[in-house]
Design a binder for this molecule. Structure first.
Ligand code: ZN
Ligand code: ZN
Length: 423
């Protein structure tokens, strides 16, 4: 009989994992891989998981990796990390900065960097997987360590789901995930309810009738039609969505015509929509369709408009009971380093996994910025100007205490479900 808590017992092993986690992280950071091309990362993850004693499934949905570890009867907890990097030229000046350049889909050379910090997620989850495997007497149940491809494209999680994820993982009780953010390193932020927005991009093609610029009476002018649509779309959020329910409709791109004295025959608009509730999301997309169709009719457009959706991300809305349980465990372990996470405007595809498995989930943030640097910027009112954010070429989490914190957070949250009661 031991008096040590499961958390203390499992995390005592951090002194053994920290060293290889840091080395692994530096290498991963230096050699990032783009979405759906995470072959080397996936192979290294699989090899490590096997060495910890996990039952490993590779090539799930392309480059996805799943490690399963069963130990007695108890809940099954899924821990998820994403593995992909971005087409960004790293400008961090770090001695382990990436100088990787690859050939993109279009044949162009593209630089690659872990500018979103997914390398942090991989190193932390591998560490947590090792720690939990190394101290099985402190927990019982099943650990599912899931490493997904292509979060940045919004389809990596779905591809794993479509590749028989359910059959591989079996019955799962809860899913947990984290993201490194521009907040002080050492802190963990949780939030019940909506946490990340849903994102939808939409391409709208509207049709007019081409004519000479001097003979507008012979035309249906797609430029005027598109302009009416852009103006009228401003009313969707302002007049159709409740003020307390944040949402955005942006027309990011508009193309029509070729020359000042030619009236073209079509216009293409590209929209980006952000929302936090599925019902709001559906209402906004329906409103856009309605307005575009009505404006086309008002203009006497000769053909129905065309709509296509792309780059779609689901909303991320944390289950309240799960978040409360994890938050209590974080408060007990991290003390005042356990904080409230503000509502984020970014998007994620993680929730596609728990949604497909019909299970609750919570998603939290860990800080990645040197605390002194962060607090200096905060005191000067210059956080937005001075602290690099995810996807910026100079976004570079400090290795510690970021890796320790992310590893601890995963272990603490998992043990909130798997840990044996304190004797
Ligand atoms: Zn990202
Ligand atoms: Zn990310």
């Amino acid at each position: 009989m031991t008096t040590e808590s499961p958390v203390d017992s499992v995390l005592a092993g951090l002194d053994q994992t920290r060293d290889w986690q840091e080395k692994f992280y530096r290498r991963l950071h230096q050699y990032p891989e783009l979405s759906h091309r995470e072959q080397r990362t996936a192979a290294e993850v699989a090899e490590r998981l096997r060495s910890f004693g996990y039952d490993v499934h590779e090539h799930v949905g392309g480059t996805g990796v799943i490690g399963l570890l069963r130990h007695g009867t108890g809940p099954a907890v899924l821990l998820r990390a994403d593995m992909d990097a971005l087409p960004v030229q790293e400008q961090t000046g770090l001695d382990y900065a990436s100088s990787v350049v690859v050939t993109g889909e279009d044949g162009q050379q593209v630089p690659v960097a872990h500018a979103c910090g997914h390398d942090v997620h991989v190193a932390c989850l591998l560490g947590a997987a090792a720690l939990l495997a190394g101290d099985r007497d402190s927990w019982q149940g099943t650990i599912i360590a899931l490493f997904q491809p292509a979060e940045e494209l919004g389809d990596g999680a779905r591809r794993m789901v479509d590749d028989d994820l359910k059959a591989i993982v079996g019955k799962v009780d809860v899913a947990l995930a984290q993201h490194v953010l521009p907040a002080p390193s050492g802190t963990v932020g949780t939030r019940p309810g909506p946490v990340l927005s849903a994102a939808d991009s939409m391409r709208v093609t509207v049709h007019g009738r081409g004519s000479h610029g001097s003979m507008p009476q012979a035309s249906v002018d797609p430029v005027v039609l598109a302009a009416m649509i852009v103006v009228r779309l401003q009313t969707v959020v302002a007049r159709e969505v409740a003020p307390a329910d944040p949402a955005v409709v942006t027309v990011g791109s508009i193309h029509a015509g070729t020359k000042s004295n030619v009236i073209g025959d079509h216009a293409v608009l590209e929209l980006n929509v952000r929302s936090y509730q599925e019902s709001t999301r559906a209402a906004i997309l329906a409103a856009i369709t309605r307005i575009v169709q009505a404006e086309c009719q008002a203009s006497g457009s000769p053909r129905e408009p065309e709509f296509s959706l792309f780059d779609r991300f689901p909303p991320t809305s944390n289950d309240t009971a799960t978040t409360t349980r994890v938050r209590a465990a974080f408060d007990a372990f991290f003390g005042d380093r356990s904080t409230d996470l503000p509502l984020q405007t970014a998007s994620e595809d993680f929730s596609d996994i728990p949604t497909a498995l019909s299970i609750p989930y919570t998603y939290w943030g860990i800080g990645g910025i040197d605390p002194d640097t962060y607090h200096r910027a905060e005191a000067a009112g210059r956080v937005a100007q001075d602290i690099p954010v995810n996807h910026a070429p100079d976004f570079a989490p400090v290795i510690q205490p970021t890796l320790d914190t992310g590893t601890q957070a995963l272990v603490v949250a998992a043990l909130a479900y798997l840990g044996r009661p304190h004797p």
